[in-house]
Design a protein around this ligand. Sequence first.
Ligand code: TA6
Length: 298
Amino acid sequence: MALGLERTFGRPGAVRFVASSLGGIVAELSSPGGRAVVALQGAQVLSWVPAEEGDVLWLSPLARLGTGQAVRGGIPICWPWFGAHPRGTGASAHGFVRAAQWQVVATDSGPGQASLTLDFTATPETSAHWPHAAHVSLDIAAGKDLTLTLSTRNLSPSPFALTEALHTYFAVGDISKVEIGGLEGSPFIDTLAGNTVGVEHGPVIISREVDRIYQDQTGDVVITDRALGRRIRVAKQGSRSTVVWNPWIDKSRRLGDMDADGYRRMVCVETAEIGENAATLQPGDASRIAARISVERV
Ligand code: TA6
């Protein structure tokens, strides 16, 4: 399968399709500005390494592709629902495309980046829990920055509610030396306190399990990592929600696919449209969320 993709979509020195050591096929995107690895399963970015930087994404050392489960780490795509199924049908959290095979649509290479477009077409048959027809695509451009654009079109004759997220796991040197800025003044739902609503008053410091859904928040979110001496900036388009999550010790153990102290080296800052910000797509309508991730030395 990698050979066929290589023949059709490969771009020498920029885009290569290979069998991954994790199992499954991945696309390797390379440019002078940086390189990325994207799994066809889930259209999941697993790694992004800007030139002269370490990996900006955290990936569980227990990650395996092709198990039928979503891979813990990188940038899972939560679609067409975020969190538990809206009607509580017992379907897996965060929708059904995270573990599904996406199709390669296009590749490209520019002066400073390499790009890949993947798509997935949902039909009433693709999920017992979501009887709609929709097209979703993910454009990934990797270089000195990483840009993801998730686009949805309603192909159904009826409207549907859509909640979605780029569920990004960022790599940090030591969670105790991290602060997350850009959320000040934003209301948030604290999912660990009965979904009570608070307002953020300052930079977010992680010293226990945190699982907050910030609403009406459209500005850049900045992760300052004093241990690694870098600042990661997430600029957004079309997204009014941001989720900040760290499982800490006990939840990490319950998850089963995190290493013992993995929580110390990761934090999720997720670019989303959920909660009060969720959209309803009318027949033929389209929606789009995008994140542009960049890194600077501090
Ligand atoms: O984004 C935060 C969250 O919704 C947490 O509540 C936690 O469940 C996390 O996503 C991971 O979900 P997953 O289904 O990947 O284990």
